[in-house]
Design a protein around this ligand. Structure first.
Ligand SMILES: Cc1cc2nc3c(=O)[nH]c(=O)nc-3n(C[C@H](O)[C@H](O)[C@H](O)COP(=O)(O)OP(=O)(O)OC[C@H]3O[C@@H](n4cnc5c(N)ncnc54)[C@H](O)[C@@H]3O)c2cc1C
Length: 294
């Protein structure tokens, strides 16, 4: 199907984009990678009168590290993060998650900012950004603000962004100790959204105990969810088999999956437990010998 007719704007500065968003209000939609918006327009689930294409805004592209924080521009494509070798050591979840998103064609166009703003409960960046403890930088006519990712997703396809705000970047603090992460996902077929998926990041202290832990889940509730009980149970512990067993069993307690075509709620809960166990065992193995060595 063809989309409804629309006007097209292509601002080259953030200020112009925000002015256009304010001017057109609900009639407008921002176009990033188009990998969710264009299918919705073709199906006429979305019929914006104006498309504001932000692909020409250089301020939204690429990433840089400032004072121990990585700032990733909203227009950074999934594929760029998948292949960013320079980020792999300190920000391991980025490439480990990006490679699981859809297929190469979609990863070449889809953006991290677009994915987060779209707030699909099955989107992989939601789970990963919870695990990484990210903050979302939003900008509107009143200026910029940082939204902790835990406050960003408010409901299915709904965020705490104001109607005239754009996602301009994602901020992630650089770990100070040895860090490792895993992203685990089960799909019905390659390139599909998750049946259930889980991102885990663990940072150790100088004694080899867990100093920081992040566990995020997607496709297991109306929004991406944090496994808070499991995270709390990890803090201060060494990554032994016993700790991993206890923690893995706690992960599904914070999930809220439903029965659907992809699987039963019970199946998804068990997947999360298994993924948590596998992820933590792999992380423990990777971090062996790294304590005191970084
Ligand atoms: C067949 C298929 C399979 C897919 N599989 C997966 C998958 O396995 N995992 C996964 O995570 N995703 C998957 N996706 C979604 C894909 O990752 C999209 O790229 C992503 O959801 C949206 O990013 P985008 O840049 O394409 O945004 P767009 O489609 O351009 O925009 C999406 C929405 O966000 C708004 N928006 C975009 N950018 C901003 C911004 N900077 N600030 C404010 N609002 C903004 C738009 O107005 C629109 O409402 C799949 C998509 C398809 C078509």
């Amino acid at each position: 199907m063809f989309p409804n007719a629309f006007e097209y704007e292509a601002p080259t500065s953030l200020d112009d984009a925000i002015r256009l968003i304010r001017e057109h209000g609900y009639d407008a939609k921002v176009l990033a990678g188009g990998q969710s918006l264009l299918p919705m327009m073709k199906l006429r689930i979305a019929a914006p009168a104006v498309l504001i294409d932000i692909n020409g805004i250089d301020e939204l592209k690429g990433w840089r590290e400032v004072d121990g924080t990585l700032r990733i521009g909203a227009m950074t494509r999934h594929a760029e993060l998948e292949h960013a070798r320079e980020l792999a050591d300190s920000f391991p979840l980025l490439s480990r998650t990006a490679r699981w998103i859809a297929d190469p064609l979609i990863r070449n166009r889809g953006t991290i900012g677009g994915s987060l703003a779209h707030a699909d409960p099955g989107a992989d960046w939601g789970a990963a950004m919870l695990a990484a403890g990210a903050r979302i930088e939003a900008r509107g006519p009143e200026g910029s603000r940082l939204i902790p990712v835990d406050e960003f997703f408010v409901d299915t396809f709904a965020t705490s962004l104001n109607e005239d705000e754009l996602v301009v970047a994602v901020h992630i603090d650089k770990p100070t100790g040895p860090v490792a992460a895993r992203y685990m996902k089960l799909e019905r077929k390659a390139g599909d959204f998750a049946i259930a998926a889980l991102g885990v990041q663990v940072e150790l202290d100088s004694n080899g105990r867990v100093a920081k832990a992040g566990i995020g889940m997607c496709a297991c509730g109306p929004i991406p969810l944090r496994a808070t009980k499991a995270e709390a149970a990890l803090i201060g512990q060494p990554l032994t088999d016993e700790t991993i067993k206890t923690v893995s069993r706690l992960v599904p307690e914070d999930a809220d999956p439903t029965d659907d075509l992809r699987g039963s709620a019970e199946y998804k809960r068990d997947l999360l437990r298994v993924f948590a166990s596998r992820a933590l065992h792999e992380i423990a193995e990777e971090l062996k010998g790294k304590v005191g060595g970084q």
